[in-house]
Design a protein around this ligand. Structure first.
Ligand code: ADE
Length: 234
């Protein structure tokens, strides 16, 4: 057990999918895993372990924002031996070429700050995805016929942004979408020599103001779970 995860040693798989929402973790585990069992519920942050095509997988919530994700990613890697961590979540589109429901596979994640800032200080470390996971995710997404974009995303500290000029600069620099977790996932994974990736569906759009109707969210989320599982075991 760790401070934030009640799982016993051996309860967490080496491959962990991380949605922000703990109830999405429950839904994904019950929908896609064989014999899923609850391994964590401390603070309501649900984690389940089961198998997918014979491979052991944990699906564990990250919570919202980089400080929350950082706690779980650190403990999953350092205390439970996780070796592959894939964030599955939503993002806001930032380019006209990116549509609602499209999938973004995040090659890099820019940020204003991350919980790792205290380590990097004046250094602008470039958090990036694991190449083998990224390549496999793109192959899996294209095979599903999902419109897929690969490139940089922006991991913001705030959802209700009072500085729209930052978003404008991100759009101007070709950033595909905005979410709130991937940069720190990539930082922590790099620090510990493990693989990480973020696969995101576009749930809203900063340029058009469109938003994915809630009845469509489950289907998009399911596609992402399958893309993440296929890339983890490619
Ligand atoms: N996640 C989904 N949409 C988002 C947005 N517009 N900003 C930040 N995170 C998001």
């Amino acid at each position: 057990m760790t401070i934030h995860i009640g799982a016993k040693p051996g309860d967490i798989a080496q491959t962990v999918l991380m949605p922000g929402d703990p109830y999405r973790a429950k839904w994904a585990a019950e929908t896609f895993l064989t014999a899923p069992r609850l391994v964590n519920e401390v603070r309501g942050m649900l984690g389940f372990t089961g198998t997918w095509r014979g491979n052991e997988v944990t699906i564990h919530g990250s919570g919202m924002g980089m400080p929350s994700l950082s706690i779980y990613a650190n403990e999953l890697i350092r205390d439970y031996g996780a070796k592959t961590l894939i964030r599955i979540g939503s993002c806001g589109g930032m380019q006209n070429s990116v549509g609602i429901r499209d999938v973004i596979v995040a090659m890099t994640a820019s940020s204003v700050s991350t919980p790792s800032r205290g380590i990097f200080r004046e250094l602008n470390f470039a958090p990036c995805a694991d190449w083998s996971l990224l390549r496999a995710a793109v192959t899996a997404a294209e095979a599903k016929g999902v419109t897929t974009h690969v490139g940089g995303i922006y991991s913001a500290d705030v959802f209700y942004d009072e500085r729209p000029d930052l978003n404008e600069q991100m759009t101007r620099h070709g950033i595909l979408g905005v979410e709130m977790e991937a940069a720190e996932l990539y930082n922590v994974a790099a620090r510990h020599g493990v693989r990480a990736l973020a696969v995101l569906t576009v749930s809203d759009h900063l340029l058009t103001g469109e938003a994915l109707p809630s009845e469509d969210r489950e289907k998009s989320f399911g596609d992402m779970v399958e893309i993440a599982l296929e890339s983890a075991f490619a």
